[in-house]
Design a protein around this ligand. Structure first.
Ligand code: HEC
Length: 170
């Protein structure tokens, strides 16, 4: 309990006649204050040095856990190669699925032209495979990954790249 001294500070003349008592704070209150001060020091040491709760540490730990749970998958899950077989198989896939937007001669139309050196998303095999797999849904290019699967996507990419090389002379 507080020690009530009921001592008056005696500056009523400066405060419109209002008197102020000088009563110390209750011991339990002061005790609580010191407890929080001591706690804060201990918690600070634990947080920064013992448990390392820094944002960097947190992120690194989460990334590591995510890496274990969802290992990075290669875009080309199936080996990619421009072979005559792949190109032939790819042509059939192209005619069935892609021709109506990209044209019989890869000249484009609804879809982007694939018969020139201009690539919106890059003309490397990996980039072409990625864009066919993931699509550009907001532009009308479907996400073909789940529809065709990696092998057929590799084949149609082989056809597109092979035909593109023929047309551009690259
Ligand atoms: C419904 C129309 C449509 C169909 C069908 C379609 N595409 Fe597309 N495609 C598009 C559009 C539109 C774009 C341009 C996306 C953009 O502007 O980012 C595109 C872009 C592309 C690109 C990237 C071109 C670049 O310049 O980077 C490739 C590669 C591609 N399509 C291949 C294919 C293949 C292979 C198929 C068949 C499996 C296919 N597309 C079917 C509409 C289509």
């Amino acid at each position: 309990m507080s020690k009530e001294t009921n001592r008056v500070l005696g500056h009523a003349d400066e405060a419109d006649g209002i008197e102020e008592y000088d009563n110390p704070l209750p011991d339990w209150w002061v005790g609580l204050l010191w407890l929080t001060v001591i706690w804060a020091v201990g918690y600070g040491v634990w947080y920064h040095f013992i448990a390392d709760k820094s944002q960097e540490g947190h992120l690194a730990a989460e990334m590591q856990a995510a890496e274990v749970q969802w290992p990075e998958q290669a875009v080309t899950a199936v080996a990619f190669a421009i072979t005559p077989e792949a190109v032939a198989a790819g042509e059939a896939i192209y005619t069935q699925n892609c021709l109506m937007c990209h044209g019989a001669a890869l000249e484009g139309g609804i879809g982007a032209a694939l018969n020139d050196d201009e690539w919106i998303h890059g003309g490397e095999a990996e980039e072409v495979i990625r864009i066919i797999t993931e699509g550009v849904p907001e532009k009308g290019m479907l996400t073909w990954g789940p529809i065709l699967g990696p092998e057929k996507i590799n084949q149609v990419a082989a056809y597109v790249l092979n035909r593109n090389a023929e047309l551009t002379g690259n």
